[in-house]
Write a protein that binds this ligand. Structure first.
Ligand code: FB9
Length: 494
């Protein structure tokens, strides 16, 4: 039974009454208009019209025989006794137990009483004793009103559970004395009606409140919505997006160029996905390579380096990038090679970490990174830009805690008061890139590069109150949520 659409029902009702005097049997009429409509719902609406004097209802108590589910099955596929007879004609018949299990206790009795089946003397199985049969039960049930008249038959059918007495109360519907004052429904919305909002007084044949069909369209993933918001903030702050489409990176750009030592724990397969094919790549210049090798092994630019035997083969190993800071390194190198000028870059894309999975961590997430390269950039600039970035995300009260990254010194973890969570949350990490990273690229000594990073998943999970990242990312996501999640808007703080 589908929900009865009120407007549609009223349209049909008055359309009919406009051209007929009365409706003799509301139940028959409702079924004739829409099989799916529930008569009870219709009576509800009729009663409200009656209360307005638009119609007069005369209720009639009636009961009727209706097919039960079992009755409908018998009409559709044949009566159980007929099905039993059919089954007895196959592979030597059925045992009485099989007969009763498969077709119910009454089928056996009925088929035997109709001499359709008998017990085989030898096999003791039930076999057909009639070559053809007429399934009278099915015929009668298929035409109840005309074929089931005898009380005895009716009681048999009831006892066998094929039919049941049902309340078929209905009402006769006549026009009421206020029938005429019902506003004539307008077929069109005309310009005149729009002029002085006259349309508000009109009733329309079409349902102006109907929620139009939702167009079949694509859906933006919540992560894409938050990404778009972040991107807009970066663009508004004058940053330009870095090209991040290369998930595969080599260890040189992901680690070595960032002055991350080759024995750093993050560089082993417990944290990083190494590729077997292509296992290695060498898309860096020998000049840069030599300088990186030197600063790692011997130091330079005021640094003592890490004093270890730096290996080229380690740097050539291909991996799935663990951070988009690798992309920042490539961009800064290009900037050094093409002649330095102040730049503000950002990136928002996937990074991969071979980490233990939990409700908030997958083996991949989207890193958001901002990079500012200019002469005389100091920590205060970084703090100011980060504060402005998060202010535009509706987060204030930003706090910085000293931290450590192999490629930034000083480094700071970022914390802020999250209005939605009503508590301080860790927002990300940041720092000033080390000269051991920038100078081998060829960047002038007085150039400073400050950067910060965060994820896309955390703010998205908070924004959309998602407690398990798997519900929006991965193979068993909640599609309905992906399709019906609210717009993403971060309200910048004053
Ligand atoms: O996203 C994080 N938190 C966060 C961010 C935003 C937010 O709400 C927005 C305002 C609406 C709410 C929360 N984090 C970073 C903090 C934590 O979630 C942390 O547990 C998980 N971190 C990830 C790394 O996990 C291993 C988030 C990810 C992260 C951390 C650091 C960086 C990038 C991503 C970085 C960096 C960096 C540092 C120096 C120079 C350049 C880049």
């Amino acid at each position: 039974m589908s929900k009865l659409d009120k407007d549609q029902f009223n349209n049909k009702l008055f359309e009919y009454l406009d051209s007929n005097n009365e409706i003799v049997n509301s139940r028959e009429w409702v079924k004739s208009v829409n099989e799916q409509w529930d008569h009870q719902d219709a009576v509800g609406i009729l009663k409200s019209w009656e209360s307005l004097g638009t119609v007069v209802l005369t209720f009639v108590n009636a009961t009727g025989l209706l097919l039960t589910e079992k009755g409908k099955q018998a009409v559709a596929n044949g009566s159980p006794e007929a099905l039993l007879w059919a089954a007895c004609g196959v592979d030597g018949g059925l045992t009485p137990k099989e007969a009763s299990d498969r077709f119910g206790p009454t089928a056996f009795g009925a088929a035997r009483s109709k001499k359709w089946i008998d017990t085989d003397k030898v096999t003791k199985k039930l076999v057909q004793s009639a070559t053809s049969i007429t399934d009278a039960t099915r015929e009668i049930l298929s035409d109840l009103t005309n074929r089931l008249k005898e009380t005895k038959d009716i009681n048999d059918m009831k006892k066998s559970g094929f039919v049941e007495e049902k309340n078929l109360n209905y009402c006769k519907i006549n026009k009421g004395e206020k029938y005429g004052n019902r506003k004539k429904k307008q077929a069109d919305l005309t310009l005149d009606m729009l002029k002085d909002d006259a349309w508000a007084q009109e009733e329309f044949k079409f349902n102006v409140n109907s929620k139009g069909l939702v167009p079949d369209s694509g859906f933006r993933h919540p992560l894409s919505k938050v990404k778009a918001e972040f991107k807009q903030i970066f663009l508004d702050m004058g940053f330009q997006e870095m090209p991040t489409m290369n998930y595969v990176e080599n260890s040189f750009w992901n680690f070595d160029a960032l002055f991350q030592p080759q024995q750093h724990p993050a560089r082993d397969s417990h944290d990083t996905f190494f590729l077997s094919d292509p296992e290695k790549s060498h898309d860096f210049t020998d000049d840069h390579l030599e300088k990186v090798k030197t600063v790692h092994s011997k130091g330079g630019y005021g640094s003592i380096g890490y004093i270890y035997d730096w290996k080229l083969e380690e740097a050539e190993k291909n991996i799935l990038r663990t951070h988009t800071t690798a992309v920042s390194a490539r961009m800064l190198y290009k900037l050094a090679q093409t002649g330095f000028k102040p730049q503000k870059f950002f990136s928002i894309d996937r990074v991969f970490r071979n980490e233990s999975l939990d409700a908030t961590h997958l083996a991949e997430f989207h890193q958001v990174e901002g990079v500012i390269a200019d002469k005389e950039i100091s920590l205060s600039h970084l703090i100011a830009v980060i504060s402005e970035f998060f202010r535009r995300l509706g987060i204030d009260n930003i706090r910085f805690k000293p931290a450590y990254n192999p490629y930034t010194e000083p480094s700071m973890e970022i914390f802020g008061y999250h209005p939605q969570l009503k508590r301080f949350v860790e927002l990300g990490n940041s720092g000033i890139f080390r000269p051991e990273m920038l100078r081998p690229m060829g960047l002038p000594e007085d150039v400073r590069v400050a950067a910060w990073g965060l994820s896309l998943e955390r703010p998205t999970m908070i924004k959309y109150e998602i407690d398990n990242i798997r519900s929006i990312f991965g193979n068993n996501i909640n599609v309905n949520f992906i399709q019906n999640n609210p717009i993403c808007m971060f309200k910048p703080l004053k």
